[in-house]
Structures are given as structure tokens and as C-alpha cells.
Design a protein around this ligand. Structure first.
Ligand SMILES: NC(=O)CC[C@H](N)C(=O)O
Length: 363
């Protein structure tokens, strides 16, 4: 069935609809990962976004039961050059079309994704809509220009109530702002006894779990849309070791008095080079973010910059100068993408080990 992808600047693409047939509106972004579309489409940080894949063939190894980053994908829609109708892989259970129909997520194929990506790179992420072929494009453009995109995405994707993910090691409270399961998996692999709590859990409630460490997860939207979470992080810094990823990193920066800003078109893909300023080593990393920490504003805080993006020089990692707390803008849990910096989870375990030993000594 013919469909249109319409951008707020008036650009119209026509293509073939697949997945759900419904009309949607969202923020159009692009990701450059060559594989890992299943992890990408199930990453809750894409909540509210229309994701364009720059890799030209999507769906060729199907959808399997192992690679989900969440059970209920929150992505608004997918845009591809070509969708594979007949996946071929021993793990495949559904075609991408079947899966998107099941989850009521629309998609459009046959799009010149190179042209679309160039528009986004030039003008920045844009609002867009996928509508039927007979929709009045002019009306859609006017509607898009007047649309204010929602700001409550974290509440949409976070868990509604706390739950345990047991282990026999360190007790970690993980604040779920829209967690990719890869983060929980890495902690459980290291035998952590994890309690996953909702995004609006207060610092006092978290400390009642007597955690050895706090994990701040990734999540969708602007970090300034969750001011209560910034307060929670502020309360926790210095009380217990903290490790933050992506949105968690941005909240850590805001809680410490630094600022964040919106990047023009974001970093989304699985081969973003990041330099560790302490070791001088460069890692290839998986990334998905539209905001970044403003480096200038770090100067007035108790934080130091530990990592930088080599593509555009933006901040990719922070550490507290006094307390055991560090964060990264990229995804050390990968999924999809390289596992070069998986070692950061071991650093967090080490941090908790040292802190527990210190507290025992002081007791
Ligand atoms: N993956 C994330 O946590 C992204 C953080 C934030 N939503 C951003 O786009 O920058």
C-alpha cells in the first residue's frame, strides 16, 4: 500500500507501507548501524521517534526471540530503503513486517534514505509524519509545524513498579528511565543483585534498599523533561557509587550543575569512536542520543571530562572528582554494536568493592 513520509519543511517522500497501517507523527532521526535493527527498534530511547536506517537492506535475518532490548518497542515508526520480505537465519521467527504488524508499528520502504539523511544532517532532526497516499500533504505540513511533540516519554517506557533481578553479589538499585535490557544483563552477568525501580522513585526510597551502587539507565527525550530525576541523582551522589549511561549520564551532569543541549542531528549508530582521555585509548561504541553535555559548563562543577567523541568533540564521559561516580554518553552494553568498553561494568563492580571495604573500615 502506497504511503507518504512528510517532513515539516514540506519535503514529501512516497513509498510502500509495511507493518501497521496507522498514521503517525514523530521526530525523524537516522541511525547508521549496519546490523542490529532488532535491538535498535526495541531500544526504549527511541520512544516517539521515526527511525531512518541508512543501511539499505533491513530485515534480512528476521526477528528472533533473543535480541530484544525491551518487550514492548516504543519507536514510533521505521523508514527503510528496502525491507526483506523473506528473512534467512536459523534464529528468525518473524519477518520484520509480521513483527511490526503484531506491535502496531508503521514503517515505510522504498525511501531514498540517503537524501532523507542529508536533509536531517543539514537542517537537524525534523518532525515528520507517515500518512496514506491520498492524505493532503499541505494540510499535513501545517499540522506538523503546529505540533508540539510530547515530553513524557520516560514515564511511558519506565517500569510501573519495582521488581528484583536477583544475584548473590553487590546490591544495585537500577533506576529505569527506559532501560535497555542489555544493561541489566551486564549487571546480572557480574552476579549483581539488582532491584529495578521506576523513574520517579525518590532518593530516600532508593536508600531504603541499602544499595551498594546505583545504576542510572538510558532513556528517551530531553533530560530536562525529568527534573524530579535530576533531584534524585543530586541526592544520591556522594552517598553511594553511581554509574550512569546515556540519559543517566546527562542527568548526572545536570545534577552536578552542568548543562545539556540538543545536538543538531544526534549520534545514532554502532561505530562511533570515543577517546578515553585517561588511557588515550579509543573505543568504537554504540550510540543513540540527541542531546549532549555542554563541556564549557563542566568547569564550574566537581566533575571532570573523561571521554570525548572523536567525530565532533562532544563530551562522552564524566567522573566525579571526589566521589565514586562516573558516567558515559555511549552504550558500553552495546546491543547493537561493539563491546569494546564492556569493561566499564567491571569498573563499576570495582568501585562498589572499594566503597564497601572503606565503609567496613570506618564502621
Ligand atoms: N539513549 C539515551 O539514553 C538517550 C538520552 C537522551 N534521550 C538523548 O537523546 O540524548
Amino acid at each position: 500500500m502506497k504511503k507518504q513520509l512528510i517532513l515539516e519543511d514540506g519535503t514529501i517522500f512516497t513509498g510502500e507501507g509495511f507493518g501497521s497501517n496507522k498514521d503517525i507523527t514523530g521526530e525523524v532521526v537516522f541511525t547508521t548501524g549496519m546490523t542490529g535493527y532488532q535491538e535498535t527498534l526495541s531500544d526504549p530511547s527511541f520512544c516517539g521517534q521515526i527511525v531512518t536506517f541508512t543501511y539499505p537492506l533491513i530485515g534480512n535475518y528476521g526477528i528472533n526471540r533473543d535480541d530484544f532490548e525491551t518487550i514492548q518497542p516504543a519507536v514510533k515508526a521505521l523508514v527503510v530503503k528496502e525491507a526483506a520480505d523473506f528473512p534467512s537465519n536459523f534464529r528468525s521467527e518473524f519477518s520484520i513486517d509480521e513483527y511490526l504488524k503484531m506491535k502496531d508499528i508503521p514503517a515505510i520502504s522504498g525511501i531514498d534514505t540517503r537524501k532523507l539523511t542529508r536533509i536531517i544532517r543539514k537542517y537537524g532532526a525534523l518532525k515528520g509524519a507517515i500518512v496514506s497516499a491520498d492524505a493532503n500533504a499541505e494540510e499535513v505540513v501545517h499540522r506538523l509545524q503546529a505540533t508540539v511533540l510530547p515530553t513524557d516519554q520516560v514515564a511511558q517506557v519506565s517500569t510501573k513498579s519495582a521488581y528484583p533481578s536477583p544475584g548473590r553479589g553487590f546490591r544495585v538499585v537500577l533506576i529505569d528511565f527506559g532501560m535497555k535490557h542489555g544493561i541489566l544483563r551486564e549487571l546480572n552477568n557480574r552476579d549483581c543483585d539488582v532491584t529495578v525501580v521506576p523513574h520517579d522513585t525518590t532518593g530516600e526510597q532508593i536508600m531504603q534498599f541499602k544499595p551498594d551502587g546505583i545504576m542510572l539507565t538510558n532513556g528517551p527525550g530531553d533530560p530536562k523533561d525529568v527534573p524530579y530525576a535530576i533531584e534524585t541523582v543530586k541526592y544520591l551522589i556522594g552517598k553511594v557509587p553511581v554509574f550512569g549511561i546515556c540519559l543517566g549520564h546527562q542527568l548526572f551532569a545536570l545534577a552536578s550543575g552542568a548543562d545539556t543541549f540538543k545536538l543538531k542531528f544526534g549520534h545514532r549508530g554502532s561505530n562511533h569512536p570515543v577517546k578515553d582521555l585517561e588511557t588515550g585509548r579509543t573505543a568504537l561504541t554504540s550510540q543513540n542520543h540527541g542531546y549532549a553535555v555542554d563541556e564549557e559548563t563542566i568547569k564550574n562543577t566537581d566533575l571532570k571530562v573523561t571521554h570525548l567523541a572523536l567525530n565532533d568533540g562532544t563530551v562522552e564521559g564524566l567522573a566525579h572528582k571526589t566521589y565514586p561516580a562516573f558516567t558515559v554518553q555511549y552504550h558500553p552494553e552495546a546491543s547493537p554494536g561493539p563491546e569494546d568498553d564492556n569493561i566499564l561494568f567491571d569498573r563499576f563492580i570495582d568501585m562498589m568493592k572499594k566503597n564497601v571495604a572503606k565503609e567496613k573500615q570506618n564502621a
